[in-house]
Design a protein around this ligand. Sequence first.
Ligand SMILES: NC(=O)c1ccc[n+]([C@@H]2O[C@H](COP(=O)([O-])OP(=O)(O)OC[C@H]3O[C@@H](n4cnc5c(N)ncnc54)[C@H](OP(=O)(O)O)[C@@H]3O)[C@@H](O)[C@H]2O)c1
Length: 250
Amino acid sequence: MVTGASRGLGQQFGRALAKAGADLIVTSRKRDDLAPFCREIETLGRDAAPIQLDVREKASIDRFADEAVAAFGKVDILVNNAGCNARKPALDVTWDDWNLVLDTNLRGTFFVAQAIGRHMIEHEYGRIVNIGSVTSVMGYAGLAPYCASRGGVKQLTMSLADDWGRHGVTVNCLAPGWFRTEQNKMLYENERWVEYLKDRIPLKRPGLPGDLEGAVVFLASDASAYVTGQTLLVDGGISTGATKATLDEV
Ligand SMILES: NC(=O)c1ccc[n+]([C@@H]2O[C@H](COP(=O)([O-])OP(=O)(O)OC[C@H]3O[C@@H](n4cnc5c(N)ncnc54)[C@H](OP(=O)(O)O)[C@@H]3O)[C@@H](O)[C@H]2O)c1
């Protein structure tokens, strides 16, 4: 199951899991927006069931969990990916901006995990992959609510791992670095910014489609059976800090 799979990284995660042999439940606030992606998954020889979900609405989460279990009988993997951002200087952040980002990224992640975790616990098996970010471990100007939400997802992951480990459910956080998607494409249209970004990344490029595949399959599979509560950064190394400590290249 991948939430927020109408575009962007959610589709990258879904594609990777389907290629590794999973049938998928995919979600969006608009069910119809999932049709092209479901067709793509079917061409890979896997089933894909589209379900409407708004992670800001508790009733929607409850309905979605019931429908999801009915669709396949059992959910083994949850990739908790649905998310949003409000990119502005801290002094301009409004009450509503804060609520939008925290309600979606942190409260939504928790209550989707709770609804599906309840079902996984009944079956004594589950792999939950909460999507965090390099901002789970670093602060960035202009991203205060987002960084707070992603730091929260990292801590939430550790707490759920401790709660549910005894039931055979692992909970980890996959934290991508910088990947071009709808959410941030305005940044990538500025060449100076792209050069600045590349310079900060030890592997000297932003993330590409495919860069997250190995990590999501690892955390969703039995290869990670003894890994729980962890945050795996897939970020080209930008979370190292990447500040120059010599003068020769400045
Ligand atoms: N791109 C990056 O560099 C990057 C890096 C680190 C982490 N992330 C995180 O990875 C996730 C995907 O990012 P992305 O770049 O692919 O973003 P995106 O292109 O904006 O896609 C966001 C997805 O989340 C869904 N969504 C948003 N609000 C929702 C809500 N209230 N209820 C249910 N679904 C909702 C959207 O579905 P609908 O609009 O169809 O409902 C969409 O499928 C996000 O959580 C993001 O914060 C992204």
